[in-house]
Design a protein around this ligand. Structure first.
Ligand code: COA
Length: 299
């Protein structure tokens, strides 16, 4: 499947901007302005340079890796998001699995959107007509790289209206097969599989505030923070609205501190990929470190 992916990925693909609603999960990168004009770069990033820098960071053949990314922070890249995806797939190879978040916060009740373009008097119409989540067509707001990745040949997507995950490679079926509607980052979800599979987590130009695996760690703690979401789903061939219990947003409150503490353990590889400050770590080590942290912080 992957060979086909590479063959079809040779052309530059102009990916539309991600959905720009105002969910706390999709704020602009909080690590400064993007350098899309490449003013600080002597050469643009290429497939070769990306491959070399990702390998230097410690990404290896056979890795299962969840990637959170900012293309803008990587800097101007020949071929855009597709080049980044190709570099990741080429390194991890046929025994590896590339995983990305494919969240779709727009598949929810409009009263939760906090979007001033949407008038309150429209809510009833929106509720009636909002399409349910469709793994093939629902866009993700997790950035240009995940948005390109979700339609790569061979990419599978888990079936969750809000917090789906895309995976391509050896464990793609295992990772995307089961996704609990409630506590969508906890047990019975791809995030548990990523823990079990001893995967890596790669932060490409983003911080620990974007590391969904920390929601998984928090979900294992008794005093976890929760929120209620309202989502449209299909039941017996009919669209129904369901209330679900989920992990609450962190909004950069605890996650950056837990990440900073984890950095001091020396278990994180840091380096530049393009212009992006990036971090590669073992997911299980992070979760095992974070669970006692959350137990202490949230008691
Ligand atoms: C929100 C977020 C995606 C924004 O990052 P970003 O770099 O501004 O946006 P994208 O990754 O979508 O990249 C698009 C940007 O790439 C830049 N770009 C365009 N072509 C490019 C190219 N060929 N090479 C490099 N950059 C290019 C543009 O600046 C574009 O921004 P625009 O849409 O304003 O024009 C990022 O900060 C983030 O949070 N990522 C992680 C998301 C995540 O995994 N969340 C998990 C749950 S919390």
């Amino acid at each position: 499947m992957r060979d086909k992916a590479f063959a079809s990925a040779l052309e530059f693909v102009l990916v539309p901007s991600p959905w720009t609603g105002r969910s706390p999960n999709i704020a602009r990168n909080d690590y400064g302005d993007v350098d899309v004009k490449g003013e600080k770069m002597s050469q643009p990033n290429t497939l070769d340079s990306m491959r070399a820098e990702l390998s230097a960071l410690g990404l290896e053949a056979g890795d299962t890796v969840m990637v959170h990314s900012s293309l803008g922070k990587i800097g101007w890249t020949v071929g855009g998001p597709v080049t980044v995806i190709r570099a990741l797939l080429e390194i991890t190879g046929p025994d590896g699995t590339l995983v990305m978040p494919a969240e779709s916060p727009q598949v929810s009740d409009p009263s939760a959107w906090n979007d001033d373009r949407v008038k309150p008097e429209w809510h009833a119409t929106i509720r009636k007509h909002l399409p349910v989540f469709d793994p093939l067509t629902t866009p993700t707001s997790m950035g240009a790289i995940p948005e390109a990745f979700r339609t790569f040949p061979g990419t599978l997507r888990s079936d969750h209206p809000l917090v789906s995950v895309c995976a391509n490679g050896r464990y793609a079926v295992d990772i995307t097969r089961e996704h609990a509607l409630e506590f969508s980052e906890g047990r019975g979800t791809p995030f548990e599989k990523l823990y079990v599979l001893n995967s890596k987590t790669l932060l490409l130009g983003v911080g620990f505030n974007r590391c969904t695996q920390l929601h998984y760690a928090e979900s294992l703690v008794e005093a976890r923070r929760t929120t209620r979401d309202r989502v449209p789903i299909m039941e017996n061939g009919k669209k129904v609205w369901k209330d679900t219990l989920n992990m609450g947003a962190d909004n950069g409150f605890h996650f950056p501190n837990v990440g900073a503490e984890f950095l001091t353990t020396g278990q994180v590889r840091s380096g530049l990929v393009g212009q992006a400050e990036s971090k590669l770590l073992n997911t299980r080590q992070l979760v095992d470190f974070a669970v006692p942290c959350f137990t202490k912080i949230l008691k």
